[in-house]
Ligand binder design. Structure first.
Ligand code: GUN
Ligand code: ZN
Length: 453
């Protein structure tokens, strides 16, 4: 309907829309991976984003848009950067309380900090309180879509979905499946895992912009019977996603080898149970071979690269070059509470730092290019949308996309102001925002054309 209306009206020189709003500012978005060609990168100085009824109508220079449209309303963000909202491809909402807890690496971290915290989410009021805080923080940080781990208790999923629905957010989550190697109050069984997941899928399907992800925590906390249940859920409910952790830490990888001695690799465990699909997102994937990246590329599965978490937990340095050489789809994730911030700007800073460190430790540093500013922004927006198989609706500003967007102030803090006041190139300013920005840099967050911050 919408497209035919727009197409029809394109025949007339000036387009009048009932509730058309123009947002003036410097516009940045991607229509593909800028590594594959400059034509996918769209930076419009003094541009305008046209939005109607929650959808993108057009973008262009302010002068071109003035000739083409007569918007109902103009919002002037001149001097600010307007971008699609950030997409966090891996985060744990019950873990915000333990962010920056000291001194442990993955397996001890889980036992000492994560599991005790997640047990508190069996109480509906507690889950609702933290769901509220979490969604508010996402919006404050300019994140408009996220793929989120809840806990193994369905109460936590209900709390998160209720809050996301009330803010009309496009958000994907699911109940964690785990039936071993964790405290008893957090464990389910293959039978309850199926039942609880399917009830949640039925309960939340077609509600707002929500999606469901089958969520086995990681191979060590699910028996073979439970991983088989995860595969069955994917077959029984073809619309759902799959999220899990993969090869984050060396001890974890060895443990998986002892738990599944028949497997060829960690990813092979998931493959065996039918979990490597186009809608599967594997968080971390730090210790992954070339062959496994090839399997992911072949299956159109995605990686959530979580640099702040990988640095904080001392897990390792994700091989972005190798994943990209193999054409694996990559998005960025905060992985809070293991990552130290819900700011995707800080995650972009971390991603750059990881590529610098890889260069420092490589035998062939000349082959490693520090992550380029535009590529980094792509990963946080359209790259994330592709990782979540949502690039047909979000992540860009092409006509018909859902108008989830953010307005960023390049002068939001003193240091950033000093750095961005010297008339640099757009690329240089964008790089400075990536390296030095935080939630203060996000002046506004719009969800489907409605101002949420
Ligand atoms: N692997 C399994 N569970 C977790 C978790 O909660 N956080 C991280 N970083 N890795 C995991
Ligand atoms: Zn995680």
């Amino acid at each position: 309907m919408k497209y035919s209306t727009i197409a029809g009206l394109l025949l007339s020189p000036v387009i009048a829309h009932a509730s058309l709003t123009g947002y003036k500012g410097d516009i940045l978005y991607f229509t593909g991976d800028p590594q594959q060609g400059k034509q996918y990168e769209h930076y419009i100085h003094d541009g305008e984003l046209l939005v109607e009824n929650g959808y993108v109508v057009d973008t262009g220079t302010e002068s071109a848009m003035q000739i083409k449209y007569h918007p109902d309303k103009i919002v002037d963000y001149s001097g600010k950067l307007i971008s699609p909202g950030f997409i966090d491809t891996h985060v744990h909402f019950p873990q915000i309380e333990i962010t920056a807890s000291y001194g442990k690496q993955l397996l001890d971290w889980l036992n000492i900090y994560v599991f005790p915290t997640e047990m508190k989410f069996n109480v509906p009021d507690h889950a609702a309180l933290f769901a509220d805080k979490f969604i508010d923080e996402l919006i404050d940080n300019g994140t408009t879509t996220a793929l989120v781990f809840a806990t193994s208790n369905p109460v936590s999923v209900d709390a998160l979905f209720s809050k996301a629905l009330s803010r009309n957010m496009r958000l994907i989550s699911g109940k964690v499946l785990m039936d071993r190697n964790a405290p008893a109050p957090l464990l389910d069984s293959p039978e309850t895992a199926y039942l609880e997941s399917s009830l949640l899928i039925e309960k939340w399907k077609n509600k707002g912009r929500l999606g469901y992800a089958v969520t086995p925590r990681f191979a060590p906390t699910s028996s073979e019977a439970e991983l088989a249940v995860a595969g069955r859920l994917l077959r029984d409910y073809p619309d759902v996603w799959l999220q899990t952790h993969l090869a984050e830490n060396r001890q974890e990888v060895s443990w998986v080898k002892t738990l599944f001695p028949w497997s060829k690799s960690y990813l092979d465990v998931y493959r065996h149970f039918g979990l490597v699909t186009p809608k599967s997102v594997f968080a971390h994937s730090v210790h992954v071979s070339d062959a496994d990246f090839q399997m992911m590329a072949h299956s159109h599965s995605s990686v959530a690269f979580c640099p702040l978490s990988n640095l904080f937990l001392g897990s390792g340095l994700f091989n972005l070059e190798l994943s990209q050489k193999n054409r694996v789809i990559v998005g960025l994730g905060t992985d809070v509470g293991d990552g130290t911030s819900l700011s995707m700007l800080k995650v972009m800073g971390g991603a750059y730092n990881v590529t610098q460190l890889r260069k420092a430790f490589s035998d062939t540093p000349e082959n490693i290019l520090p992550l380029e500013p535009m590529e980094n922004w792509y990963l946080a927006t359209l790259g994330g949308a592709k990782a979540l198989s949502l690039d047909h609706v979000i992540g860009s500003f092409t006509p018909g996309k859902e108008a989830d967007f953010i307005v960023l102030d390049p002068q939001s803090n003193n240091q950033l102001k000093i750095r961005t006041s010297n008339n640099d190139s757009a690329e240089s300013i964008i790089f400075a925002i990536e390296m030095m920005g935080d939630e203060r840099t996000v002046e506004h967050t719009y969800i489907m054309g409605e101002k949420a911050k």
